[in-house]
Design a protein around this ligand. Structure first.
Ligand code: ADP
Ligand code: MG
Length: 608
């Protein structure tokens, strides 16, 4: 498992390279006003502000995948919120800043509330409307915003005396650094993993127990907080604001910064700001060429580097470096946890029914995909649902997990009716599933996929996330060890740091299963786990499924592979055209003439 020390010395450490780069930038930025003077320092202040707002946009769009155009309106709310407080109410800058952030959060609601209902392109369109509405308000609400003439602000002061230009520089520099650190803390917490999982596959995220709408709301709120902060800083530092700064151009500018820098990477906002502000300076003589240059840059970068410059750099550096995970210390620790979650019988009461389906029915248009299905599942057994394609097996699983709503009938799980419960909550009750067509978080690592499965195990809040408290670190480490143990159980430990989409099909199916297992479910729904696998892989799965059952987890298995089904099932249910045509133990099913006739034919006779 461990890399040989020779290999270690041969390779560069990716982390130490990026830390060195950050340190160089930090020192340069700190020394800049002293070396370059006031004139150039103003440029850098604007860059800091751009970085702050881009970080917010990066979180909502780069990490969470919500493409919107609300940066400028939220930025405007921050700037005008601060200005109105300082000018009309004679408040100090700090009050203006807080009010500006509040105002930006308010504007962010106009993006996040529609996001509850619409998604994708529509969200972008709605936020585009927001740009125009906020412009209108700034221009027309003259009594407050002074209209197109704009507002002049008093000097920002600190402890009674006005801040010098250098004071302003270091103040805004500090806020930028803080923003950067906050971005990192968020990304490296369960919050960040939830955001990324939503971007990768919102359905799979839901089945991991993530409240997708809530987290989308939070992501947009965070982008509002950053934009509001940036807006207030801009107003305070520039001393004058007017509506035309906050138009469509600015929103697109922020989008460009993030996309070119590398959306969904920590350094993206920084790299993007550097490129977008510094490079075009060479074309200052002609504004037309500058626009042309922006366009060209965007085309070249989106085609050649889909993850932006920082994403490309990261890949390049990784290729020439080694990863420390899982390192020897972690391996030592998790060995104690080996077979995590699969200890022999955890004391399930096998006399009880864990689930009951009563007259469960689902219509798609006129088609009854499932009709009047009745079923009781005993705790601690393997139930198999078989039947030809289109018989309604997946639809049954979808109704149990809340992804399809039953037309009539009930799903009762441990004496609780599930019909009206939100899908993400159903996962939280102890039902986990895999998908017939694997749905992994393709761009996240194998380890991260399992960590998302552990989403509900994380109990640290905002403070834990921001300050990386001991509680937060403890939970992260503990669950990482458990996740590694699951990977070991399915034999994918050495792939921990590879992106999930790079796995073979069989490995992806295994990872899908391990992610579901990591949720420590009471009932596990497996939708054709062995479809498309070879004989050896199927045997591996058969063993694994038996071990899972022996650990006390009840299993509902959908599978076409008859030998597997006959070997491991305690009970089999046969569906045809949405109706149950037989139920019994494997022997009874094999001998059932209706089943033979309708579906199994010779397939069963072979194992009889
Ligand atoms: P199985 O998993 O047993 O192969 P499914 O449950 O996927 O079958 O499908 C049962 C029937 O319902 C099929 O006829 C299928 O075409 C139909 N069906 C499944 N999902 C939908 C849907 N979302 N919309 C319309 N029809 C659907
Ligand atoms: Mg199916």
């Amino acid at each position: 498992m461990e890399l040989s020390s020779a290999k270690k010395t041969q390779l560069l450490n990716y982390k130490s390279i990026s830390y060195t780069l950050y340190a160089v930038i930090l020192v340069l930025a700190a020394a800049f006003p002293i070396l370059a003077g006031q004139y150039y320092a103003r440029y850098v202040i604007v860059m800091f502000i751009t970085i702050i707002i881009s970080i917010g946009y990066n979180i909502s769009s780069g990490y969470c995948g919500l493409v919107h155009f609300a940066s400028a309106p939220m930025y405007a709310a921050g700037a005008y919120g601060a200005a109105v407080m300082m000018v009309r109410f004679d408040m100090p800058f700090i009050v203006g800043l807080l009010f500006g952030i509040l105002a930006a959060c308010f504007v962010s609601l106009f993006v996040s509330i529609p996001a509850f209902r619409v998604s994708g392109h529509y969200l972008a369109l709605i936020s585009l409307g927001l740009v125009e509405i906020v412009q209108e308000v700034l221009v027309e609400w003259k009594g407050v915003t002074a209209g197109p003439a704009g507002m002049y602000l008093p000097n920002v002061s600190f402890l009674g005396s006005p801040l010098t230009w250098m004071g302003q520089y270091y103040f805004i520099f500090a806020v930028m650094l803080l923003s950067f650190i906050i971005q990192r803390s968020i990304v490296k917490s369960y919050l960040g993993r939830a955001f990324r999982s939503i971007k990768n596959d919102a359905v799979a995220a839901t089945s991991a127990g993530i409240n997708v709408r809530l987290f989308m709301f939070i992501a947009i709120l965070i982008s509002g907080i950053f934009a509001g902060t940036a807006g207030a800083l801009y107003a305070g530092y520039s001393g004058y604001i007017s509506p035309d700064t906050f138009g469509f151009d600015y929103t697109v500018y922020i989008l460009l910064v993030v996309v070119i820098g590398g959306s969904g990477t920590l350094a993206g906002p920084l790299v993007g700001t550097l490129i977008i502000t510094v490079l075009p300076e060479f074309f200052n003589a002609s504004p037309d060429i500058k626009l042309f240059f922006y366009g060209l840059l965007l085309i070249v970068i989106t085609i050649s580097m889909p993850d932006g410059i920082s994403g490309k750099l990261k890949k390049y550096l990784r290729a020439y470096s080694y990863e420390r995970i899982p390192d020897s210390i972690e391996i030592k620790k998790y060995v104690a946890l080996a077979d995590c979650g699969l200890e022999e019988n955890q004391g399930a009461d096998e006399s009880e029914d864990i689930m009951e389906l009563n007259n469960l029915t689902k219509y798609f248009g006129g088609l009854a995909a499932v009709s009047n299905l009745n079923l009781k599942i005993k705790t601690g057994s393997i139930y198999s649902l078989i039947g030809p394609n289109g018989a309604g097996k997946s639809t049954t699983v979808n109704m149990i997990t809340g992804m399809d709503r039953a037309s009539t009938g009930e799903v009762i799980f441990r004496n609780q009716t599930l019909n009206l419960i939100e899908p993400y909550l159903i996962s939280g009750l102890g039902i986990a599933r895999t998908f017939q067509h694997v749905r992994l978080f393709g761009k996240m690592t194998v380890l991260e996929n399992i960590m998302v499965g552990k989403h509900l195990a994380f109990r640290y809040g905002i403070l834990g996330t921001l300050f990386r408290t001991p509680k937060m670190r403890y939970q992260e480490t503990l669950n990482k060890e458990k996740a590694l143990a699951y990977l070991d159980t399915i034999g994918l430990l050495d792939k921990a740091n590879e992106v999930a989409s790079s796995l073979s099909y069989g490995q992806q199916k295994l990872l899908d299963l391990a992610r579901a297992l990591a949720m420590e479910p009471k009932l596990l729904l497996l939708d054709e786990p062995c479809a498309g696998l070879n004989e050896a892989e199927i045997n591996y799965f058969a063993n694994l499924i038996k071990r899972i059952r022996n650990s006390g987890i009840t299993i509902l298995l959908i599978e076409h592979h008859m030998k597997l089904v006959m070997d491991i099932s305690d009970r089999i249910i046969v569906l045809e055209y949405g109706k149950k045509i037989a139920e019994g133990n494997p022997k009874e099913i094999q001998e059932n003439s209706a089943v033979r006739e309708a579906y199994l034919g010779t397939a069963v006779a072979k194992y009889a």
